[in-house]
Design a protein around this ligand. Structure first.
Ligand SMILES: [Zn+2]
Length: 238
């Protein structure tokens, strides 16, 4: 028996999934404004329909947002705040013609970018993303080492990717885990939460009762991280 069905409300196609969730969750995904709803298993169909009908305006608004390309940053300049591991760091750009363009974090609150003043926005973004990637590479291996004996699984490989709609993924046959580069911006517990989620898939590939029971056992506070990440996705990040 499938837990998924689709419905059409006010001309909008909605994918409905019954899950072990506490309340109705509505998500609208870029790039095409796909609408996914997860509903508690016991909630009646008419209650779900009523709730969705009252949310149609909001859904349409979210669809318009989702289908609009994310506006790229217009600049990366001194005075901006950039999120790093859940902290907002004040960026200072130093005009430096000597040496390699680079990013440094001199203390907990500051981020320094050294590059020639002529450096294009694209190049600045690439430098920042490389730095974010480097930060994650510095943190992920230790987390995998920590969780492998706890979960009794082996991760063959991990990769960091730009992903628009997912925080992570796990190929259970190759035991390869992908993590979203954006996680570098979120609190460390969020990175750990996504990694553990993907590693638990090595024990249970599906999002079923067994999966959530396992997650609840190993990360009882996971819901908190999930909420933080969810609000990030809702704000178009990534
Ligand atoms: Zn999953």
């Amino acid at each position: 028996m499938s837990n998924n069905r689709s419905l059409l409300l006010g001309g909008i196609a909605i994918e409905l999934q019954r899950k072990r969730v506490k309340r109705l969750n509505v998500r609208v995904y870029p790039p095409d404004g796909r609408v996914c709803v997860s509903a508690p298993v016991h909630l009646s169909h008419s209650v779900i329909e009523q709730a969705l009908l009252s949310k149609l305006d909001w859904i349409r608004h979210q669809q318009q947002r989702a289908c609009r390309p994310v506006p790229p940053r217009q600049h990366i300049v001194t005075g901006e705040y950039h999120p790093v591991a859940g902290e907002q760091l004040l960026l200072t750009v130093f005009d430096s013609v000597q040496g390699r363009a680079r990013i440094e974090r001199p203390d907990a609150q500051a981020l320094h970018l050294f590059c020639p003043a002529s450096t294009t926005l694209e190049r600045r973004i690439a430098l920042l993303n490389d730095w974010y990637r480097h930060q994650l590479h510095g943190r992920i291996p230790a987390l995998i080492e920590k969780w492998q004996p706890i979960l009794r699984v082996q991760v063959a490989q991990y990769a960091i990717r730009h992903m628009r709609t997912r925080w992570g993924s796990c190929n259970t046959s190759t035991r390869r885990i992908c993590l979203n580069l954006e996680l570098a911006k979120y609190p460390p517990a969020c990175l750990e939460y996504v990694l553990v989620h993907e590693m638990v898939h090595l024990l249970e590939p599906g999002h079923n009762q067994r999966f959530y029971t396992l997650m609840g056992q190993v990360l009882p506070d996971g819901q908190q991280q999930k909420e933080i990440l969810k609000s990030g996705m809702d704000h178009g990040l990534p």
